[in-house]
Design a protein around this ligand. Structure first.
Ligand code: MSP
Length: 647
């Protein structure tokens, strides 16, 4: 069961061009992009808008500081945002800039309409003004009667400005927010707004005299004033669709959902609904509010100066890893503290171990035990039914996963959707452990053959469905998984059905999806660090050739690898020595993700006495060299069959 085809219009805030994109902006945009991709995957009609907010004091001041015109600054930084979204693989439908004619036209039309309807009046505005900042400060912002920025005394000035009669919509707004419990979500922000609305609502000053600020949209009915930047900016959501009456507007506006952080709830939950009401435009469907990314507890922002560069993280760890981390780590509506260590541990645990390992094991086993082809999914002839069906009921697990994703996405809880997918991954990993295809592969009995077929089919099908489900969240990895299974582009959520994988499909092993990240001493770095130490070969006791040949060295192929519970260092490996399979425990977990090893041909000591390590009997030893924190497992530089003796 999937959602009925629906229409979605998703927007991000339009970002100020006095700043360059950082983690905070990137998060909102990735969140909206994920949602847009998910809806497209579900077959819905989606329009996804982002863009830049280019007028107002802030921009004018930043341009003056940089010695360029506001338009030059806007052009430069708007391009920087656009480029950042390109690099992060954001698939927006439209990018609006508030300096574009298509926007100013709609802003002026709405202003004129409100003016004609008597919704706007000329009034006196008095406030604490800072000449340094060229702006008014509210009582709350003032520190000891001074400008919080310049620490200079403020001047009380009064000027004539145009006001929008916002106060008259207070009762309507309260009633609307109360009637629609999911209008503003999560609930904490709805409660905040209802709390705010208990105080009388003031009218909104919507102009600035040109004597003070020229960088804005002139009021159509008085060109000695420009429009207040928030009144201008909010209208982008409507102007980008062509404004009321335009076909795109009629199609998408009734389904509008905004995505913002908690810093700008008030303009979106108070000014904007009142503006829409006055202009005779229906209210949006949902205002989705997420929390802040913080660093050491402080909001990441240009003014605090604690920027975290999204693009640098993406370059260092890869787009999917960065995307996965931010989507998984933040609970919708709450703040999340950023740390590179947390990113690395999620990458290693969830991506390298859980997902990477599953993909490597499943494709390797289909290669080794199924000749690289998806077998027929055969039920066991007679008997109680294959173990995979009665214990794991994978098609049902898939359906539950899809339902959980759908429910989570409907309430914007992306982290919950990811948790559901990771449960499915864990289940598939358990399925491999329980069914032990490597044991079935040794058995010539027809029941075992049929069971092996069924298990390999299920692994292929599990990966295919997983590839589809992951598309909105990890677009690059999903693509690699699906193409390894020979699947076409353009699969939809409806295609994630257990029996849609065709027998006979060729399977390849995708290259290492998520390499494990190793922590260096000072900084976290990808891969092992270079060391320039020259090793001396110490002269130790010489042995006779006969002594050496007592050690039975063999080529072994790693079939499975998994962490040993409660151990940081140990991995449990199942290896094939050709005629037999062995379980080994190797102290290499700090250097290799299980997925890095599966499918590798390594060298083992085959005649070592068994040893118990963390309760597991190890039957052999993997050869590896190590020095100064670096470790490498011995592999072959040319292919040899497992079991080949090394002399
Ligand atoms: N231009 C206005 C928005 C107008 S919308 C009609 C604006 N721009 S902004 O550049 O300051 O962007 C604010 C938005 O950027 C936040 O609402 C959020 O989406 C994102 N974030 C910026 N810093 C953030 C964090 N530290 N954490 C999470 N999101 C943050 O306000």
């Amino acid at each position: 069961m999937t959602d009925r085809a629906r229409t979605f219009y998703l927007t991000t805030p339009i970002y100020y061009v006095n700043d360059r994109p950082h983690l905070g902006h990137a998060y909102t945009t990735i969140l909206a992009d994920t949602m847009a991709r998910y809806r497209r995957l579900a077959g819905d009609d989606v329009w996804f808008l982002t863009g830049t907010d280019e007028h107002g004091d802030k921009i004018a001041q930043a341009a003056a500081k940089a010695g360029i015109t506001p338009q030059q600054l806007a052009d430069r930084n708007s391009a920087a945002f656009r480029d950042a979204w390109r690099q992060l693989g954001i698939e927006y439908s439209d990018y609006i800039r508030t300096t574009e004619a298509r926007h100013t036209k709609v802003v002026q039309a709405i202003l004129q309409k409100l003016w004609d309807a008597g919704e706007i009046y000329l009034g006196k505005y008095g406030g604490h003004y800072c000449f340094g900042c060229e702006r008014f400060y509210t009582e709350k912002e003032i520190v000891d009667g001074k400008c919080p920025d310049h620490q200079t005394p403020l001047t009380w000035i009064e000027e004539e400005n145009y006001f929008f009669k916002m106060s008259k919509y207070q009762a309507w707004l309260i009633e609307t927010v109360e009637r629609q419990p999911d209008l503003i979500r999560p609930e904490r922000y709805r409660n905040e707004i209802l709390g705010f609305l208990r105080e009388p609502l003031q009218d909104l000053s919507i102009s600035r005299p040109k004597s003070r600020l020229t960088w804005g949209i002139p009021l159509p009915f008085d060109d000695t004033y420009v429009t207040y930047v928030w009144f201008d900016a909010l209208i982008n959501y409507v102007s980008a669709l062509g404004g009321p009456g335009a076909p795109r507007f009629e199609r998408y506006w009734p389904h509008a959902q905004h995505v913002i952080a908690k810093d700008i709830v008030k303009p979106h939950a108070i000014y904007w609904p009142c503006m829409l009401k006055a202009a005779g435009i229906d209210l949006y469907r949902h205002l989705n509010v997420h929390g802040y990314w913080t660093l050491g507890g402080r909001k990441i922002s240009k003014s605090v100066g604690n920027l975290v560069e999204a693009l640098a993280l993406k370059d260092k760890y890869g787009n999917d890893a960065f995307r996965y981390f931010v989507l998984r780590e933040m609970v919708f509506g709450l703040d999340a503290d950023f740390s590179e260590e947390a990113l690395v541990s999620r990458l290693n645990a969830d991506l390298a171990n859980d997902l990477g390992n599953l993909v490597a094991r499943a494709t390797t086993m289909i290669q080794n035990f199924g000749n690289g082809v998806i077998p027929v999914s055969q039920p066991e002839p007679g008997g109680p039914g294959p173990v995979e069906d009665w214990e794991f009921d994978l098609p049902e697990a898939l359906q539950n996963t899809k339902d959980a994703i759908s429910a989570a996405m409907n309430e914007f809880a992306i982290q919950k959707a990811l948790a559901a997918i990771w449960e499915f991954i864990a289940r598939l990993n358990q399925y491999v452990d329980a069914t032990q295809p490597w044991t079935l592969a040794k058995d010539q009995d027809p029941v075992a053959r049929a069971r092996l077929s069924g298990v390999l089919y299920n692994l292929g099908s599990g990966l295919r469905c997983l590839g589809i489900l992951l598309k909105p969240f990890l677009p690059d990895a999903a693509k690699k998984i699906l193409s390894a299974l020979g699947q076409p582009d353009g699969l939809r959520l409806d295609d994630a059905e257990w029996h849609l994988l065709e027998s006979g499909t060729r399977v390849e092993k995708p290259s290492n999806l998520f390499p494990r990240v190793v922590e260096g001493k000072d900084a976290v770095s990808v891969g092992l660090q270079e060391t320039a130490t020259v090793m001396k070969v110490e002269h130790t006791t010489r042995v006779k050739r006969d002594d050496f040949s007592k050690v039975d060295l063999r080529v072994a192929e790693v079939l499975t690898a998994e962490p040993v519970p409660k151990s940081k260092k140990l991995l449990k490996l199942t290896v094939s020595l050709g005629s037999e399979q062995r379980t080994l425990v190797a102290g290499i977990a700090e250097h290799y993700a299980p997925a890095d090893l599966v499918g590798k041909k390594v060298v083992v000591v085959a005649n070592l006495e068994p040893a118990q390590l963390m309760g597991i009997e190890s039957n052999g030893m993997v050869l590896a060299g190590s020095t100064e924190g670096k470790l490498a497992v011995l592999t072959l530089d040319r292919d040899l069959p497992p079991g080949t003796k090394i002399t």
